[in-house]
Design a protein around this ligand. Structure first.
Ligand SMILES: [Zn+2]
Length: 340
């Protein structure tokens, strides 16, 4: 969002000053904002992703590469062919609209070393009026030579209230309670929270919560079944969104997301026990836990879930991993000590 906003500001011939007032200024922490006008041709093209001087670079661009061999490849990382053809060969061209040229490289931390080395010279001496933005969630995966040629801009988590407000304007159908829930689960990222909305995490979390609440008295296999079913439908959505991940990888990611949701349910429980939950949270239930639950139980459960998440990364047998986890969570719900 920031990169595209910056692009709008730079290509718009009539950029405007916004004075932020009241709650907006408080939430964002600034009072003045310079941005593209949002109405001119340049701004409209930026918003639509079709501005001729704005180049969006991403893994799957290999499908538009002139070389058939490159087109056939799975875009597991951001390869040298994509960078050569779509970035390095184009930075030297004159901007079509005359103001500046921008390259936004998504998932830059997935550039392989070969690609990064090819890009070094361009990063070091980009032609005038050229701006290259590397977006990375794990910048430390980039080579030191790449990092040393970039100015690093860190994005801290946004205030939850701000994310909540943005979610409500983007998804008018969300209730206040749902928006608050998604804002928390997004951990300060509008993008992550929005993705969770699209993937219907709230509904999934309610279904999971119903199973978790009756864990002490139900068959543990019911919860395993619930995880497997939810991960199938979620994994399908992941696979549709990114054709380049394998089905196994999509299912693994979906399972990890569900474990994260499970941990979030224990987190909600904990917040309610400690009185941190606000009125907006009150729709979700933590029935069935009994009044005797002490704070260390949900904390231990969250730790145990994190352990299982780590195991899924190590290619353990998924079914066994989930069964062991459920047994421990059920034992905890019954009041036995959680196995370490
Ligand atoms: Zn404009």
């Amino acid at each position: 969002m920031f990169a595209v906003g910056l692009a709008g500001l730079l290509v718009c011939p009539q950029a405007v000053e916004d004075r932020l007032v009241g709650q907006r200024a408080e939430l964002v922490g600034i009072e003045e904002l310079r941005r593209g006008c949002g109405r001119c041709e340049d701004c409209r093209w930026v918003a639509a992703g079709t501005h001729p001087d704005l180049h969006l670079i991403y893994r799957q661009l290999n499908r538009e590469h002139p070389d058939a061999d490159v087109r056939k490849r799975k875009a597991l990382d951001l390869g040298v062919d994509v960078l050569r053809h779509f970035v390095i060969e184009r930075v030297g061209l004159t901007p079509i609209r005359g103001r500046c040229k921008l390259f936004i490289i998504r998932e830059a931390d997935r550039m392989n070393p070969h690609a990064q080395n090819a890009l070094l010279k361009t990063l070091e001496e980009p032609p005038g009026h050229t701006i290259i933005i590397l977006l990375a969630t794990a910048p430390d995966l980039l080579l030191p030579t790449t990092l040393s040629r970039c100015q690093r801009v860190r994005f801290d988590p946004l205030p939850t209230a701000f994310v909540q407000e943005r979610l409500r304007s983007r998804y008018p159908d969300l209730s206040a309670e749902q928006a608050a829930w998604y804002a928390r689960i997004g951990e300060g990222s509008i993008g992550r929270a929005g993705q969770a909305v699209e993937d219907e995490w709230y509904e999934r979390s309610r279904r999971l919560g119903a199973r978790l609440a009756e864990l002490a008295s139900s068959r543990p296999s019911d919860l395993v079944q619930c995880w497997i079913e939810e991960s199938k439908s979620l994994g399908q959505q992941y696979a549709e969104r990114d054709e380049d991940i394998t089905d196994t990888e999509a299912t693994r990611r979906a399972l990890k997301a569900l474990l994260q949701l499970t941990a979030a349910w224990y987190d909600e429980t904990l917040r309610r026990m400690t009185g941190l939950a606000t009125d907006a949270d009150s729709g979700s239930s933590a029935h069935g836990l009994g009044g005797g639950w002490e704070c260390d139980r949900p904390i231990a459960a969250i730790d145990r879930i994190a352990e299982a998440e780590g195991q899924l990364d190590l290619n353990v047998n998924t079914q066994l991993c989930l069964e062991a986890l459920v047994n421990d969570l059920a034992a905890s719900a019954r009041g036995d000590a959680v196995a370490a």
